[in-house]
Design a protein. Structure first.
Length: 113
């Protein structure tokens, strides 16, 4: 979890260079990443986890896989309450292996050009 968080913290400033609320989005992205990695690690389908963080200008998209089950309810994994509060959309799809990849979208506001 520390390695994932450290790597993403280094690349976020470049991804969010044009964002009005870059610091808020950075904090939200790191919080969501931490929770998704934690939940996925505890319910993982294999030894390895995969992840991806990208930004299309409107949203930061985080994907973490592979979980050996559908995403649990926040009542089972309380950290997901935070995730649901910070994202504008979340879901899962079948991953590359035998599990599920969980994705979450965090909104970004761009500076007026």
């Amino acid at each position: 979890m520390r390695r994932a968080r450290s790597f993403v913290a280094k690349v976020l400033p470049a991804l969010l260079a044009g964002a009005l609320n870059a610091k808020v989005v950075e904090d939200a992205t790191l919080a969501v990443l931490t929770e998704l990695v934690d939940v996925t690690a505890r319910h993982r389908v294999s030894v390895d986890l995969s992840g991806r963080v990208s930004c299309d200008g409107d949203h930061v998209l985080i994907t973490v896989g592979e979980m050996g089950r559908p995403l649990p309810a926040p009542e089972e994994e309380p950290g997901l309450f935070l995730v649901y509060r910070l994202v504008d959309d979340i879901g899962q799809h079948r991953g590359d292996g035998d599990g599920y990849a969980t994705w979450a979208s965090i909104p970004v506001r761009l500076k007026a050009q």
